[in-house]
Design a protein around this ligand. Sequence first.
Ligand code: ATP
Ligand code: MG
Length: 318
Amino acid sequence: MMIVTLGEIVVEILAETRGHGFRESQPLSGPYPSGAPAIFIDQVARLDYPCGLISCVGDDDFGRLNIDRLHADGVDVSGIAVAPGQATGSAFVRYRPDGERDFVFNIRHSAAGLTRLTPEADALLDRARHLHVMGSSLFSPELREAAQTAIARVKARNGTISFDPNMRKEMLQAPGMEDALQSMLRHCDLFMPSGPELFLLSRADTEEAAIADLLGLGIGGIVVKRGAAGSSYHDRDGSCVQPAFAAEEIDPTGAGDCFGATFTTCRLMGHTIEASLRYANASGALAVGRRGPMEGTAGFAELDALIAAQAGRKDGLS
Ligand code: ATP
Ligand code: MG
């Protein structure tokens, strides 16, 4: 039984210098394997949990780079279609001096936009006990339909669903996006927003009220990602708060995806909420400390080492 996700695979090209955008020639590095669902599933694989990704790449090196990495890390790549004559998606990213990011995306009209439930994808869904969906993947009617069909199939077999909106408020303006988000909130068992994403669809003006509204929709549990402030978990029985691990923020892209993957996997493995949050925070801390969106994925050995090192520091042992 596996964890499955669906959505975009892209390469990321990262600007070497901080500044504003891409209007002048500049040093770049990459291509790095990327795409929020791809980072998520790579982190699941690093925890040695069986997993697969449903996606589509072009017949090019950007696609091969991603498939090779995911396969090497243990992801079942049988649900990744290769579309002849199409190009793999890409994202150019440059950090501004204040830590915000400028992007140039080619995703919607890339091979990633052709992600469908192929027979290979259906075979993966037949083995899924859990499906994870990213809101940022729901960028076309076809992708939304694929996600909804996948959810129905996994739920019909008593599987569970997690959802990370992974979106800025402007993305809600896209036609169909708000309905898609509403539908995801009605269907997910586990909702994993960043702090501000709690308010994407809510008119509540406090976090407590937004969380109460969401739990009222029938969502089983909510994990709030809080960057350098750590994370919290909320359900009808109460809340659990865990501080972040100390980390040097080198490249925070992908931290939320690693965090979500580790929390979900730990819960499915039977870890407590508290232990799962701790592992997820460790996973996010390792991700922000490495350059490249998928370069910060890590196995339990590394997560345990970070947890032990910082516990030692807190106790004055090192
Ligand atoms: P993104 O969508 O950009 O990948 P996100 O907004 O979904 O990120 P964040 O809250 O930024 O998610 O990060 C996820 C988790 O990673 C946090 O809950 C925290 O555990 C860890 N983390 C993020 N930033 C830091 C940091 N500066 N120091 C330590 N841990 C961090
Ligand atoms: Mg995110």
